[in-house]
Design a protein around this ligand. Structure first.
Ligand code: HEC
Ligand code: HEC
Length: 343
């Protein structure tokens, strides 16, 4: 899952950290900050868990494993298929398709990409489930998918942090319209599967980053939940191998789901009811995307991107207005509620 990219990014990051020293001239730092001024309410601080970028070295994280043998053969439970590490890690050799019975045949661009554009299935998985750092695409409307790919291509989305959104922008610029049309029709035809369990808690397992996902520490230690969403795969090995049946637990603060339900159905002051546009049960209407059953981390990330003016295509105007009135607590509550619904 995006492993090769991550290695590249880590290397780039090391270079950037070295360069950061040069940027600490007061005027430049102020200029850099004014472009991304803190919208308040801890929203900027939330980027540390919502953005899933290559994180600064975590002293508690396990030492990086030696790169796996490219010819090593891997399996996942319940699938008769096998793939080599090289195939799993590449993005242009045919994505691992562990459960072909779970989805219709993939168009070429979804399964193999179109060099240099990587396979959509490499980052969004063959059945469109996605992972927290990318996005679930199953069941989005074709028109919405086309519109968003165009927004990425035109620099209206993925034009700044998090770096992972820039991967999608790069992808969009490498694709021809025929492939985008086929991929959009494919993902729009899929029925989204439930993959998320939302758990309200006051303490959460301590976690560290591994390949762009939070993983519980082996120590079993817990820490205060705080105002966060901590989303962990139930099988990290499966996550690494792009097993689309992997499920996630999203830990959220106590009371989030009920609070989100009220906001979604009735709004509050300047906040309009989400269901007015996203439909009953947040399943989406027309070209307005569904929110039900999608990764709560993804949903908070997008609300932050609307709020901080980093989704700027014309169709995003209403959402930018809406997100301007949401606190971080609202965003978490709404994402928790939406994530807990049947997709
Ligand atoms: C290298 C990884 C990568 C590949 C390959 C990739 N994507 Fe993405 N895509 C992403 C990431 C990361 C995001 C989430 C951006 C964000 O956080 O806002 C994304 C988001 C999207 C979205 C926005 C979804 C939404 O709900 O708004 C669409 C649509 C999309 N991708 C379509 C595609 C299609 C179609 C392909 C293949 C032609 C593709 N992607 C290939 C990484 C990738
Ligand atoms: C006035 C209509 C309207 C209301 C009300 C509204 N939305 Fe939206 N929302 C949209 C539209 C339109 C989009 C798609 C934006 C685009 O096409 O770029 C969207 C997109 C989103 C996305 C991004 C989904 C994705 O796939 O990337 C999230 C998250 C979201 N809305 C959450 C909410 C929440 C939470 C509420 C309630 C607090 C809400 N919306 C209320 C119209 C609305």
């Amino acid at each position: 899952m995006m492993k090769r990219r991550i290695r590249e990014r880590m290397a780039q990051r090391a270079v950037c950290l070295g360069m950061a020293a040069w940027l600490s001239i007061p005027g430049m730092a102020a200029a850099a900050q004014s472009a991304t001024a803190d919208p308040g309410g801890g929203i900027r601080a939330a980027e540390t868990w919502a953005f899933l970028e290559a994180p600064p070295p975590d002293p508690h994280a396990p030492k990086p494993a030696t790169p796996p043998d490219p010819d090593g053969v891997r399996h996942v439970p319940g699938s008769a298929r096998s793939y080599t590490n090289a195939q799993i890690d590449h993005g242009l050799l045919g994505v691992p398709d562990w459960f072909p019975q779970d989805h219709p045949p993939m168009p070429h661009v979804v399964a193999y990409g179109r060099e240099p554009a990587k396979a959509c299935g490499y980052c969004h998985l063959p059945d469109g489930s996605g992972v927290p750092v990318t996005a679930s695409l199953a069941g989005l409307s074709k028109a919405y998918i086309l519109e968003q790919v165009a927004a990425f291509r035109d620099g209206q989305r993925g034009n700044g942090p998090p770096a992972t959104t820039q991967d999608m922008a790069e992808e969009a610029r490498q694709l021809g319209i025929a492939d985008v049309q086929l991929a959009a029709a494919y993902f729009a035809s899929l029925k989204p599967a439930p993959r998320i369990r939302v758990v309200e808690t006051s303490t959460v397992p301590e976690t560290h980053w591994d390949y762009y996902v939070r993983v519980p520490d082996k120590s079993g230690a817990r820490e205060p939940m705080g105002e966060r969403v901590i989303e962990v795969p139930d099988d990290f090995g499966g996550y690494e191998m792009s097993d689309e049946r992997v499920r996630y637990v999203a830990y959220v603060p106590r009371g989030s789901i009920a609070r989100g339900a009220v906001l979604a159905a009735s709004g509050d002051g300047a906040v309009q009811a989400c269901e007015a546009c996203h439909g009953a049960d947040l399943r989406g209407t027309g070209n307005i995307p569904p929110l039900a059953g999608r990764s709560p981390t993804y949903l908070v990330r997008e609300l932050i991107l609307f709020r901080t003016g980093r989704r700027t295509n014309p169709e995003a105007m209403q959402m930018r207005e809406e997100a301007a009135h949401l606190t971080l607590q609202d965003m978490i509550a709404l994402a928790a509620y939406a994530g807990s619904r049947q997709p």
